[in-house]
Design a protein around this ligand. Structure first.
Ligand code: PMP
Length: 422
């Protein structure tokens, strides 16, 4: 794939030009949320300036235009995911709402006492808690796929967990805390062999590689617009048509009905039946612009750039004595997570000191407390990359971290490093 023109790309992200604490901003937190290119910002501003009205049922031209933009966004999402039909793409607030929709609606209709839901240790809380809530209501049980010390799912254990009691497997495509890319295609085949359906949490994948829900054969696929260079407040739930059509509504309200009386209400077809109320129309417009923009640059070129950054960052951070990288899976995407073991430095402290240099990383449990428990740490510090990040930013991170470790060593009770080679 072609090398990215970094100057041209960065020029399209107004936020990246600013200085923080007198230093150029080094934004290394794209796994939490990506920044937005002007193409997205302008598309949303243009929509509000000249095209906004509520969608559906408007007799007038402006409403029809807004409806068309909203439905064109759905078509673009469908092409992006290679969904068979745009009605299989439901707009939600984000990954969290997409998973809650499936857990509440599909779960209520399909789970009974003794049924099993398979999750993994790598899951984000948003792919754990909704399942616990529906398990409590239905009497279903949660089983958990373990990981090895590199942060990879243990597939032999997964195969042993699968049984005729398995109703659904819900796993992330990429771990937000460690960056592990999971072998979801293989996992789907195995789940289908026992008659289970699969939900893939694609929040951390879609910005880093092609997604083809048909070749993956995923039953449900969820992602958030804001991690894909699009706006917050909009996301997608892809679901196979037959599954979605058989599911009861999630929320009730306007726009999701066919006919309402006080005796009985009948529901609209897909996708409206799962989109109660006025949706985030400008969000859909912005997401559509983000997808168009990414496709112009090319996901292969983006992934190749991020892989080079990840290899470089892994080399640089591995060279810092006392720094322990968590999760060295063979296949990783755009995330590097670490802790300071010698001397021990609180991850929050590292984050605060990096911030003084204008470097943004995330510290904490990354909404993955069960994973932190498995790793035996309370938290990690995490740098994550987007297409706008540079080797220079990785150098700044490594240099700043080296200095943080040196200062901590000087302060540690043992005094300065006896070898003098920190
Ligand atoms: N799953 C994963 C793997 C994530 O990284 C995130 C966001 N950190 C989510 C789910 C939740 O996404 P959102 O907050 O956009 O709903």
């Amino acid at each position: 794939p072609a090398l990215l023109d970094m100057a041209a790309i960065r020029a399209q992200f107004p936020i990246l030009g600013q200085r923080v604490r007198g230093r150029p901003l080094a934004y290394l937190d794209s796994a939490a949320s990506t920044q937005k290119p002007t193409a997205v910002i302008d598309a949303m501003a243009d929509y509000y300036r000249g095209q906004h009205a509520n969608i559906h049922r408007g007799a007038y031209q402006l409403s029809q235009m807004a409806t068309r933009l909203y439905e064109e966004a759905r078509e673009r999402v469908a092409r992006f995911l290679n969904a068979a039909d745009p009605v299989e793409c439901i707009f939600t607030r984000g990954t969290t709402e997409s998973i809650n929709l499936v857990a509440a609606s599909w779960g209520a209709a399909n789970l009974s006492p003794g049924d099993e839901i398979i999750l993994s240790v790598l899951e984000h809380h948003s792919n754990i808690v909704p399942w616990q809530m529906i398990a409590q209501r239905t009497g279903a049980r949660i089983r958990v796929i373990p990981i090895n010390d590199e942060g990879e799912l243990q597939l032999d254990a997964y195969h042993r967990l699968l049984s005729p009691r398995t109703r659904i497997v819900a796993v992330n495509h990429v771990s937000n805390a460690l960056g592990t890319i999971n072998p979801v295609a293989e996992m789907v085949v195995a789940a289908h062999a026992v008659g289970a359906v699969v939900l893939v949490d694609g929040a951390q994948w879609v910005a880093h590689g092609h997604t083809d829900v048909q070749s993956l054969d995923a039953d449900f696929y969820a992602f958030s617009g804001h991690k894909l260079y699009g706006p917050t407040g909009i996301g997608v739930l892809y679901g196979k048509r037959a599954l979605l059509e058989a599911m009861p509504p999630y929320q009730g309200g306007g726009d999701m009905i066919e006919r309402v009386t006080f005796v009985e209400t009948t529901y609209a077809g897909l996708p409206n039946r799962f989109e109660a109320g006025t949706p985030h129309i400008a969000g859909a417009v912005g997401l559509s612009a983000a997808i168009e923009w990414i496709e112009e640059i090319g996901l292969e070129a983006i992934a190749a750039h991020e892989d080079r950054l990840l290899v470089y960052a892994t080399d640089r951070l591995s060279a810092i004595r006392g720094l322990d990288i968590k999760g060295q899976a063979r296949r990783k995407a755009a995330v590097i997570s670490w802790v300071a073991v010698d001397p021990p430095i609180a991850t929050l402290d590292m984050g605060v000191q990096l911030d003084l240099e204008g470097i943004c990383v995330r510290t904490g449990h990354h909404c993955c407390q069960p994973l932190m428990d498995r790793l035996g740490v309370a938290s990690t510090a995490r740098a994550s990359f987007g297409l706008y990040n540079t080797f220079d930013e990785v150098d700044r991170l490594a240099t700043a971290l080296t200095a943080i470790f040196e200062r901590a060593r000087d302060r540690s009770p043992a005094g300065p490093d006896p070898d003098g080679v920190s």
